[in-house]
Design a protein around this ligand. Sequence first.
Ligand SMILES: [Zn+2]
Ligand SMILES: [Zn+2]
Length: 141
Amino acid sequence: MAKFECVRCRRFFDRVALEDVCPTCYAFEEEEFRKIKEYLEKHPGATSSDLVSQLDVSIKSIKRYLKEERLEIIGDNKGFIRCELCGLPLNSGRFCVACFREGTALRMKEVRSGMKSTELYSGDTNTKYQRGIQYRKKGQN
Ligand SMILES: [Zn+2]
Ligand SMILES: [Zn+2]
């Protein structure tokens, strides 16, 4: 299997699934994400610039957490992240609803090992709209 370049430290590593970072950076990001989550719990409606200035998190990392659906944007969305196929502004994830099926197919093509299938995106019908970026509680209804 081809080596994958870590998006964070640019070192090459053996990719297991679809992770974008090497095991070293992964551990670092787990800790970083824990801090973000804690911060957002204390400061609901915090903006990305708050995260950058208070936690020393890079905008690049925030964008990646959004694409990985670990965070989602609530409120004003000026196209901070966009659908990778059509460029529509998104609140989280890599593809808009219209492109989701196609995007998932593309994404699955990237997977060479047996990974469990991607859960269907249910949409965010009950999102409370406020300014800023808020932690998206995955796996809860
Ligand atoms: Zn790395
Ligand atoms: Zn799209």
